[in-house]
Write a protein that binds this ligand. Sequence first.
Ligand SMILES: C[S@@+](CC[C@H](N)C(=O)[O-])C[C@H]1O[C@@H](n2cnc3c(N)ncnc32)[C@H](O)[C@@H]1O
Length: 157
Amino acid sequence: MKTILLVVGRTVEQHYITAINDYIERTKRYISFDMEVIPELKNTKSLTEEQQKEKEGELICKFLQSGDVVVLLDENGKEFRSVEFASWMEKKMANVNKRLIFIIGGPYGFSPKVYQTAHEKISMSKMTFSHQMIRLIFTEQLYRAMNILHGGPYHHE
Ligand SMILES: C[S@@+](CC[C@H](N)C(=O)[O-])C[C@H]1O[C@@H](n2cnc3c(N)ncnc32)[C@H](O)[C@@H]1O
């Protein structure tokens, strides 16, 4: 199984880039994992929030292939403890043949079409984070999950 984190818009702040790449590299010790970036839209000032979400949604859907298992990161999704997320990942690793795609929305979230396409929604907290910050939170949790499954020393409880 290949695991992909699909995001909208490049990260420009160096402190996020360094930290996100660190967790991606650490996670790659355990699974095939990459972050794919859909370039940010141009001239968004002439678009309403709904139009921006629609256009971002079209680009997201274009990236998806049949057989993908699509999981949205969404404040209203299912919440896990870290050990529970590790077990959830373990099941996916056993059952998903091709690609497990986690998607982070743009600044205004997802279009209705993306919600319709998704198989599951996962929340990292009931609070809303920026679309940049959530990349770091998710990659850290994915690394933590892998470390838990391999009995590593990273997670304590
Ligand atoms: C700034 S938020 C968008 C908030 C927007 N109000 C909405 O309705 O989704 C940008 C993206 O970050 C992700 N995100 C933010 N907070 C999250 C959380 N607590 N759990 C999971 N994903 C989150 C989601 O993918 C969201 O689409």
